[in-house]
Design a protein around this ligand. Structure first.
Ligand SMILES: [Cu+2]
Length: 190
């Protein structure tokens, strides 16, 4: 009788422990899902919207990421597209120049390892992978400056890999772009 009672209580104990772990695991999963929902809605945190591939072999000879095409370019609809190339251990351009109050499209890719692109104080945060183009659309509300560090460990020089993002007055930006001509590309050096 007492043996039987002990067996049952051991089974009950195991069930209770298993149930408690199941509750704990469910709670952890719920917290993680709610974190994703909260950061998505409240901070507009989201993965880059689509997957676009690019051939690495011709990246710097025959693609939109050739050196002369890097930097900020104007579009006929008044928006600006900035193309950025990440490679060990720098971004090109080193200082990105953009206008305030203008729709901006970031297009970035890597020539070697996996890098990251994070514009501090904004929701721009993306991996930059060889063979893929990371795209991000945004509007900067006012002239200011941001740091843009690489946030994916990419090798021994990783900690020195960062760029500046300089936002200037819209009219001044387009005045500079006009002086560069139709295929003009801007960065802070111009
Ligand atoms: Cu890097």
């Amino acid at each position: 009788m007492s043996d039987n009672f002990r067996k049952e209580s051991t089974v009950d104990l195991i069930h209770r422990i298993e149930r408690n772990w199941a509750i704990l695991m469910s709670a952890i999963m719920l917290v993680l899902v709610l974190t994703v929902v909260f950061t998505g809605l409240h901070w507009a945190m989201m993965p880059p919207s689509r997957v676009e591939t690019i051939r690495i072999a011709s990246l710097q000879t025959n693609s939109e990421f050739v050196e002369s095409n890097l930097g900020s370019a104007g579009s006929t609809d008044g928006s600006v597209t900035v193309r950025i190339l990440a490679q060990q251990y720098s971004f090109t351009p080193q200082c990105i120049l953009l206008p305030a109050n203008t729709p901006i499209t970031f297009r970035a890719t890597s020539a070697d390892a996996i890098h990251g692109m994070l514009v501090t104080g904004t929701n721009i945060n993306s991996m930059v992978e060889p063979g893929y183009i990371s795209t991000f659309k945004t509007v900067f509300p006012r002239p200011t400056e941001h740091l843009m560090p690489c946030h994916e460990y990419c090798g021994t020089g990783h900690q020195a890999m960062w760029a500046h993002v300089k936002i200037i007055d819209r009219a001044a930006f387009f005045e500079m772009l006009k002086r560069k001509g139709v295929n003009g590309r801007l960065d802070c050096v111009n």
